[in-house]
Structures are given as C-alpha cells and as structure tokens.
Design a protein around this ligand. Structure first.
Ligand SMILES: C[S@@+](CC[C@H](N)C(=O)[O-])C[C@H]1O[C@@H](n2cnc3c(N)ncnc32)[C@H](O)[C@@H]1O
Length: 269
C-alpha cells in the first residue's frame, strides 16, 4: 500500500482541528461527540486488552498518536498510565494542555505528526491511534513509525473507517454531504482515505506486527432512529449535546463502516 496521492490528500480538511481547537471539551460542539459517543466503547475495549495482557499502568508508557484535545489521553492518564499525546494541531494541543491542568492530570503533550514521531526506537509500551489513520497523508509511514517506537511485545490499538459502499453512503453522504442529515463539514473525511481491514493487516505484517483482531463498531439504535436524530440535529431541533445523549457506539459483527482492533509488536527473530 502506498501513501495517498497529493490530489486526494488536498481534499481532506484537517484544518478544522485548528479552527475548533478550543472546542474539544465544550458539550455544545461537534468534536465533543467523540467523548460521549465513542470514548466509552474505546476505553472499555482498551481496558479489556490491558487486562488480558496483565498490564500494570504505573509501569507502562502509552502514546496517543493524533490526540487532538486529549479526550482519550485523559482517560488513559486517569487509569494511571504514563501518558503522552502527539498531534500536529497547536490549537488542539493548547486545549489539551489547559484541560489536563484543570483536571490535575499529568500528560506530556508534544507537537508532531504520526509520520515522524519524535521518540526513540523501542521506547514505548503501548500506542493508541483512534479516528486518526484515515486523516494522515502517509499511512505506511505512520504504521512504520509506530512500529519503530514500540518495544517488542508492545501493543498497538487503533480504530478507523472501512472503505466500502456502506461507509460512502453513511459517513460521506449522510453525515457530511446530504443537507437534510449532515452534521459534519463536507471535507472532514475523504472516502478514498478510508482503510480496508485487509490493507491495514498487510501493513502491520510488513512492519513487524502480529495482527490480533478487528471488531465492528455501530450505534446502539436502529439506522432509522439515527436518521431521525441526524435530521433533528441538522435542522437545529437538537443541540450537539442533546444529540450526543441519544445513542452510544457499541461492538458490531460488521466491520463494513467502522472497526477497532489491535496488534502486538513482534520480538526480533
Ligand atoms: C478525529 S480527531 C481524533 C482525535 C483523538 N484521537 C480522539 O479520538 O479524541 C483526528 C486528529 O488527528 C490529527 N491528525 C491529522 N493528521 C495527523 C497526522 N499526520 N499525524 C497525527 N495526527 C494527525 C488531527 O489534528 C486531529 O486532532
């Protein structure tokens, strides 16, 4: 798999994280939906893996790649892990630093990209990368960098969007483009940058990882109710906060739209 072309990468608007950088923690804004809708599921999923591998948080370093305003990094720090977050958006990082200070949490926030991680080889125990891989210019480089900084036996946990007909309709058309339902900016995601599970499995294998599993992610309400909630939000009848209380993301048998998974960095032969 190659990095995405310049022409496709130009179409994604990652600048939203600069413009709305101070809005991560405000319930009235769309970025905060990650906290209410996605985080409970991701945190539970990660906790189960940490328990399975009998990980002691106090002795374990975790890096969140693409940490934004720190919504997930704070959950990790609260579990007791030695936590670092990295993101290219200075505005998002400012918001993360201020909120961590207010919450009395010790988190090391660093400016940078997944393609060029400013950390030593084999220096970290766990890397999390959630809702980020479909935003990066050079996915193969990001996976190779994550592999480089992880210790042998280290864990890589990620979630992202699949590139299918269903994700094109649901994420691109309904959530971003079709005005009667769209609640996200039209260029927030670019369908061609979504990643098929087999593509990530191949990249992991090429980068000294043993891939373990993928699980689908879906809302815990029917798609009809979801469309109704989206329509009410699009018309302004629901605030983002009210919308975010209508459902949660949960595990699904289908990886057609979103999926979460993990891999273990292999020991050298
Ligand atoms: C949808 S947000 C996810 C934030 C966070 N992971 C969470 O779940 O709360 C995507 C983030 O990826 C960051 N990002 C974009 N390009 C990146 C890159 N090349 N390397 C690392 N992060 C990147 C953006 O600045 C933004 O904060």
């Amino acid at each position: 798999m190659k990095k995405v072309s310049e022409e496709i990468y130009r179409r994604i608007d990652n600048n939203i994280y600069n413009l709305e950088g101070n809005r991560w923690w405000q319930p009235g804004f769309s970025l905060n939906l990650i906290r209410t809708l996605y985080n409970p599921f991701r945190v539970e999923y990660s906790k189960n893996i940490f328990e399975k591998f009998k990980i002691n948080p106090e002795k374990t370093s975790v890096l969140e790649v693409g940490c934004g305003g720190g919504l997930l990094s704070e959950e990790i720090a609260r579990m007791g892990f030695i936590t670092t977050g990295i993101d290219p958006s200075e505005q998002s990082l400012n918001s993360a630093v201020i909120h961590a200070r207010e919450s009395n949490l010790k988190i090391n926030y660093v400016k940078g990209t997944g393609e060029n991680l400013p950390f030593q080889k084999s220096s970290l125990d766990v890397v999390l990368c959630c809702d980020v891989l479909e935003h990066v210019h050079d996915l193969p480089k990001v996976i190779s960098e994550i592999s480089r900084v992880l210790k042998a036996g280290g864990l890589f946990i990620y979630d992202t969007f699949n590139r299918t007909y269903f994700s094109k309709i649901s994420v691109i058309k309904i959530l971003q483009e079709w005005k009667q339902w769209a609640i996200m900016p039209p260029d927030l995601h670019v369908w061609e940058m979504f990643i098929k599970p087999d593509e990530i499995i191949s990249l992991l294998a090429e980068n000294q990882f043993t891939w373990k599993e993928h699980r689908g992610i879906k809302p815990d309400i029917s798609y009809l109710r979801m469309l109704n909630n989206l329509h009410r939000r699009a018309k302004g009848e629901l605030t983002y906060e009210e919308f975010g209380k209508k459902f949660r993301m949960v595990e699904s048998n289908s990886t057609q739209i979103m999926y979460i998974g993990y891999a273990v960095k292999s020991f050298p032969l």
